[in-house]
Design a protein around this ligand. Structure first.
Ligand code: ADP
Ligand code: MG
Length: 625
C-alpha cells in the first residue's frame, strides 16, 4: 500500500488549533488583553464592534515588538515567555503556549502595529488566513495595537454558530471584568460600537471592584486577608445579606490569573454556611498567591483551570479565612433570614390590645377606569372576580353537602367590595369552623403556604406562591404582548443604582418593561430614574424586581427556546408573587383561587411545577382503614 500519512499544511494545523483556543470573540479578547499585560503595559484599551464579530482591537503601551518579532509572533509555538520545559513550572506570565496569535491569524483578518521603546520606527503587518499580506515600516507609538477583523470569515460554520450580539457582548464583558479585576494597577478602557462601556483608572483592588460593579458595592465588601507558608489570600467577600440569586460575582484569581474551581468555591460556600438566605449564593473576589512551582496551569488550553499541589490545605485555609473575616465584621450568626420581617409585630405593639380591623377605601379607585386592571392593595391582591368555569365545575354537587359554594349573588356582592383594601392580618381559618351563619367559602390556609379547599369528591390543595406566580405570569405576558398595563406615576421618581452592564441589559428590554407599567426617565451615570411602576407593584418591590430580572437575563441559557418576553414575564411574576409565609385572609385566598382558575393553565407553574393537587375521598378513606 502506498504511504498515506502526510503532515498537515501549517494553515490547516493553525485552523485546527484555533478551534481550541478561539471559541468566540471573547476568547480573542482574553488572549489579546493577556498579551498586553505580559508586555508590561500600564494602559490598555479594548475596542469592539458588533459584539466582537466585526472587530476586536486591543491597544497597549507596553514593550512592543521588533520587526522580526512582529513577523514571528504569528508562528505556531512562537513565544518569548518560556524557553525550556522547566520554565513551565516557574510561570510569571499569562501566555506561554505561543499559539494564540497563530490561531487567531488563521481565522480572521489581523493587523498588527507595534514599536519598541528604543526603536525609532515601528512595523505594521497584515495577515489573513495565516498568509502575511503586507509588512511595512510605520510611524506608530511605542506599544502594540492588534486588530482582529471578521472573526471566522473563512469558517462559516463557526461564524454561524456565534450567539446573538447581546450574548457575545456579555461574554466579552465577563472576560474584560476578569482581566481588569486581576490588574487594578493597570488602566483599562473599553468601547463598544464607539461608545465607552468602561473607563477604569489605575487604582487599588477595592476601587477597581467598585468602578466595575457600581458604588453601592463598596459597603457590601468584607475584606479577607491571610498569609501562610503555602498561600497568601487577599480580596473581599460580599456580606451574606447581599448574596445573589444567581452565581454572579464569584471570582478566584491565582497569581493574578482568573480561574474556575468548584473545589475552592465549595470552600468559600461552606464558610458562608447558615448565613445565606436560601437560594442565594455568596459573592467573592479572592486573590490567591502561591509559589509558581506549586501549581500546574498547563492542564487546560484556555488556562482557566489549574492544579494545586496541596489542594487540601488551600481548601482548609480558605474556608477558615473567609469564616474568620465574616465573623470579624460581625456579619456572622444572629441573622435569621427565614423570618419574614414584614409580618413581625413591631416591638412597641406587642403588648397593645388588638383593635378592630378597619376597612379602608381605596382612594385611587375610579369607577370610570377599566376595572379589569389590578389596583394596588396592601398585599398586592387586586380584588376582582372573573368567570371561572373550571373552578365552579369542581364544586358541582357540593351545595347540598353543607359545604359552601359560590352563588351568583355572592359573586355580585364580592364585586361591589372590589375597591376595598385588605388588612394583612392573619385569618387562617379553622379546620372545624363550619358554623352555619358564616358566609363561608371553604378555603383555609395551611402553614401559610397552601390554600386548602373542599371539592366535589375530596379536597384541593393549592400552593399559594406557585398559584400567584401562574396568575401574574399570564397577566404580564398579556401586558407585554397584547395590551399594555397601566402605570402608577410616582410623585418622587425612584433612583436606582445599577452597574453599567446591568443598565445595558435593562436598556435593551426597556420597551417590554414599559408595557408592564414601568416608566423610565433618562439614565444618569449608574442611576436609573424610574417615574412610574406597574400598578400591582410597590415602590419597595420595584428594585428587587429589576435586580432579579437583570440576574435572570444574565443567566439566560441562550437559544433555549424561550423568548425574551417569556423570560421577562417569568422573572417579574416570580418576584412579585406572594411568598410562602404570607398570611392570607379569606378573601385574598378566594380571590387567588378564582384568578388561578381563570388562567389558561392553572395546574402548572410557569416553571413547570404542579400548582395544585387534589386528594380524593377514596384516598382518604383508604387511610382510615
Ligand atoms: P504567548 O502569549 O503564549 O507567548 P501568543 O501567540 O499570544 O503566545 O504571542 C506570541 C508572542 O508575541 C508573545 O510571546 C510575545 O512575545 C509577542 N506578543 C504578543 N502580543 C504582544 C504585545 N501586545 N506586546 C508585545 N509582545 C507581544
Ligand atoms: Mg498570549
Amino acid at each position: 500500500m502506498a504511504d498515506i500519512i502526510a503532515l498537515l499544511p501549517d494553515h490547516v494545523a493553525n485552523q485546527i488549533a484555533a478551534g481550541e483556543v478561539v471559541q468566540r470573540p471573547s476568547s480573542v479578547v482574553k488572549e489579546l488583553l493577556e498579551n498586553a499585560i505580559d508586555a508590561k503595559s500600564s494602559t490598555i484599551t479594548l475596542i469592539i464592534k458588533d459584539a466582537g464579530k466585526t472587530l476586536v482591537q486591543v491597544t497597549d503601551n507596553g514593550m512592543g515588538m521588533s520587526t522580526t518579532d512582529a513577523r514571528l509572533c504569528f508562528e505556531r509555538h512562537a513565544t518569548s515567555k518560556i524557553k525550556v520545559a522547566d520554565d513551565l513550572f516557574n510561570l510569571h506570565t499569562k501566555g506561554f503556549r505561543g499559539e494564540a496569535l497563530a490561531s487567531i491569524a488563521a481565522i480572521a483578518h489581523v493587523q498588527l502595529k507595534t514599536k519598541t521603546n528604543d526603536a525609532e520606527i515601528g512595523t505594521t503587518l497584515s495577515i489573513e488566513g495565516s498568509q502575511v499580506t503586507e509588512q511595512e515600516p510605520a510611524v506608530v507609538p511605542t506599544g502594540t495595537t492588534i486588530s482582529v477583523k471578521n472573526l471566522f470569515y473563512n469558517i462559516p460554520a463557526r461564524r454561524n454558530f456565534l450567539k446573538s450580539n447581546p450574548v457575545e457582548t456579555r461574554h466579552i464583558i465577563d472576560e474584560f471584568h476578569r482581566v481588569a479585576l486581576a490588574h487594578p494597577q493597570i488602566e483599562f478602557s473599553m468601547l463598544h460600537n464607539g461608545s465607552p462601556v468602561f473607563n477604569l483608572p489605575a487604582s487599588n483592588s477595592r476601587q477597581r471592584i467598585v468602578n466595575i460593579f457600581g458604588t453601592k458595592t463598596n459597603e457590601k465588601l468584607v475584606p479577607v486577608s491571610e498569609e501562610t507558608e503555602i498561600v497568601k489570600v487577599s480580596g473581599f467577600v460580599l456580606k451574606p445579606e447581599f448574596g445573589r440569586k444567581s452565581r454572579g460575582e464569584q471570582f478566584f484569581f491565582v497569581n493574578d490569573r482568573f480561574i474556575k474551581s468548584s473545589y475552592l468555591h465549595h470552600a468559600v460556600s461552606s464558610a458562608f454556611e447558615g448565613l445565606l438566605k436560601q437560594g442565594t449564593h455568596p459573592g467573592y473576589f479572592l486573590f490567591l498567591d502561591v509559589d509558581t512551582k506549586s501549581i500546574d496551569i498547563n492542564i487546560h488550553p484556555t488556562k482557566t483551570e489549574i492544579k494545586f499541589d496541596d489542594e487540601h490545605s488551600i481548601y482548609a485555609m480558605l474556608r477558615a479565612t473567609v469564616k474568620h473575616s465574616l465573623g470579624q465584621f460581625s456579619v456572622a450568626p444572629v441573622l435569621d433570614f427565614n423570618k419574614d420581617t414584614g409580618f413581625e409585630t413591631p416591638y412597641e405593639y406587642s403588648k397593645k390590645q388588638p383593635s378592630a380591623p378597619k376597612i379602608e377605601v381605596d382612594s385611587s379607585f375610579n369607577p370610570f377606569v377599566d376595572d379589569r386592571k389590578p389596583r394596588q392593595s396592601n398585599i398586592n391582591f387586586p380584588f376582582k372576580r372573573e368567570k371561572q368555569p373550571h373552578w365552579e365545575s369542581l364544586y358541582v354537587g357540593l351545595k347540598d353537602a353543607n359545604s359552601a359554594s359560590f352563588s351568583s349573588t355572592e359573586r355580585n356582592e364580592a364585586i361591589s367590595t372590589e375597591a376595598l383594601e385588605f388588612e394583612s392580618d392573619e385569618i387562617t381559618g379553622s379546620l372545624f369552623s363550619t358554623s352555619e351563619n358564616e358566609n363561608q367559602f371553604t378555603t383555609f390556609q395551611l402553614q401559610q403556604k397552601y390554600i386548602v379547599s373542599a371539592i366535589k369528591n375530596g379536597m384541593l390543595v393549592i400552593h399559594q406562591h406557585l398559584a400567584h406566580y401562574r396568575v401574574l405570569y399570564e397577566e404580564l405576558l398579556k401586558n407585554i404582548t397584547v395590551q399594555e398595563a397601566v402605570s402608577q406615576q410616582l410623585l418622587f421618581p425612584l433612583q436606582l443604582q445599577f452597574s453599567k452592564p446591568d443598565l445595558e441589559i435593562l436598556h435593551k428590554i426597556q420597551e417590554q418593561l414599559e408595557h408592564t407599567g414601568f416608566a423610565f426617565s433618562e439614565t444618569k451615570g449608574e442611576h436609573l430614574e424610574i417615574k412610574g411602576i406597574p400598578i400591582a407593584v410597590t415602590e419597595s418591590q420595584a428594585e428587587t424586581i429589576l435586580e432579579q430580572l437583570v440576574n435572570d437575563i444574565r443567566d439566560e441559557v441562550p437559544d433555549a427556546g424561550f423568548s425574551q418576553n417569556d423570560l421577562l414575564a417569568k422573572s417579574m411574576a416570580k418576584s412579585m408573587a406572594i411568598k410562602t409565609g404570607m398570611p392570607l385572609n379569606k378573601e385574598a385566598q378566594e380571590h387567588l383561587v378564582h384568578r388561578l382558575f381563570a388562567c389558561k393553565e392553572p395546574s402548572v407553574s410557569p416553571d413547570n411545577r404542579p400548582v395544585l393537587v387534589t386528594i380524593d375521598t377514596n384516598e382518604l378513606d383508604r387511610k382510615f382503614n
